[in-house]
Ligand binder design. Sequence first.
Ligand code: FUL
Length: 622
Amino acid sequence: MKTNFSFLFLFSFLLFYGCAQVDAPKPYGVIPSTDQVNWQQMEYYMFVHFGPNTFTNVEWGDGKEDPKVFNPTDVDCRQWAATAKAAGMKGIIITAKHHDGFCLWPSKYSTHTVRESLWKDGKGDILKELSEACREYGLKFGVYLSPWDQNHPQYGTPEYNQVFSNTLDEVLSGYGEVFEQWFDGANGEGKDGKKQVYDWDLFHNTVYRNQPHAIIFSDVGPGCRWMGNERGVAGETNWSTLNIKGFGPGHDAPPVEVLNAGVQGGEAWVPAETDVSIRPGWFYSPATDDKVKSVDKLMDIYYTSIGRNSNLLLNVPPDRRGRIHPTDSTRLMEFRKAVDESFANDLIDGANITASNIRGNSTKFSEANLLDDNYDTYWTTEDNDLTPSLEIDLKQKQNFNRLLLQEYIPLGQRVSSFEVKYWDDTKNDWADLTKATTIGYKRILRFPTISTQKLKVSFTGLACPVISKVSIYNAPEQFSGVESANTDLKFINSSKWKLISPTADLSKITDNDNTTYLEIDKNIPLVVDMGEVFKVKGFSYVPLNKVQSSNILRYNIYVSENGKDWKQVKNNAIFNNIANNPVVQDITLFADNPESVRYLKLEPIEIADSGNKYFVAGIKVF
Ligand code: FUL
């Protein structure tokens, strides 16, 4: 009896001592701050674009709008918060001030605010109502503030930086905790064409002085980064690290391809955030009521954002009442249901996992940690084992089509690639299933449904992999999701069209294929002859679907009945936000009284990438 007891004691001591002796791996490269880890775990939150543009059908107001255009009839920020909560989101970021300079709170540093509007007789404050609603619903509150301000009289002078810093100070001290400060890098002209050199150090200091835990978003962080497009597609390879020295937001940002993929071994931890709108534009317009993204499209975005090591900031713009439109809220609930159903049942529960190596053979780092729901426990290996693998035995044949992996990012992003094989009964051997590059905080792979009992995941790390979670799901099959075309517009048949200028193949812009396009010299206008006179309301310009490429930014439009006498109907007009969001631009020329038109001339003035050529992937006339 006595001997047994001592033996047990010795055994427990050795076991404990043995475990305690094995140290965790050292962090690899740069690592996230605790605030960045907490932020990454939010995964999904709402963007709200609201302001004068909600009422004027434009994406970028020019700051000359009468503040009285902002006149929502029934603002209900609690409805926004309730919707976000029910959608499974963790917070809301609001456009407190967009490029038109209009402040959604009664700022003492501006005369272009809700105070000057008719809403609540000028006594309202959207930031107050929304921050309170977020607290009530247990959501985090964040703010978007555009340094570019086309209204402020001091924009373009050295004094403006202090004005903007005061404005920030006001917002960040007046409404409780702010989890994210969203800085739009856009830096256009202000009144009288004045340009501004932003004082980012001043702005950042103001944020951290007021909100030490806030994550600062910009093209280059420092808290998190823009991932390079507004389509919702983060890089298949997506490092949370980036080289930032010598770069800045806006004009000074690294190329979009770099933002999309991050930089392996980059000098700072600046994880990706995917900002994308549930509608084609960022602001509400009745014209997009029938263009709310489908559940399939949203699911696709889920996989290309959250499933690719990025947070998802989904924009849901309130309508002219100041409420989330029923179509959008219904879609959000359907989307949540689709996500919940896809990830309801983790088939790995109860599986046997055998690792090729366990660090110090310690239970502290064993495969069992992959199965629990504690992010802070993980499986890892000896330092020198950069290519370990996991064999997963599901104990019986299962059907599945998704694999989810999570690295424990407090020790850095370490996995550079991984391969997945399945056990093929018919061949009695392992067969290739899929492979990918980075994992990061979360990676979800989709593949056609497979039926097998065993799976093998082989990693290649820059340092020994540190994996917190592996999950396997059989999600209902998804479509890739294509946005529906605008069915409202009646387009003129192009079979009799001729291209007057340039001399080129017309079919490239009439074939409804957005991947075929013309590349035209900037000084040559696009002139189309429709073959006969039609009553015309407007036209659609289909840009090439590639961010910051040679799409037309500013343009003139002329129309003619005979090809000799031209009438200018647009002068120095702008395809708003086309650099970052190159979606089809439907432009109304004659809203109420369609005019007789046979010839259309599109004359580019400025190209989105400032180049000398421009792209046209399609032209339609309605
Ligand atoms: C861009 C802006 O120009 C758009 O209007 C929108 O606010 C988007 C989120 O950021 O840079």
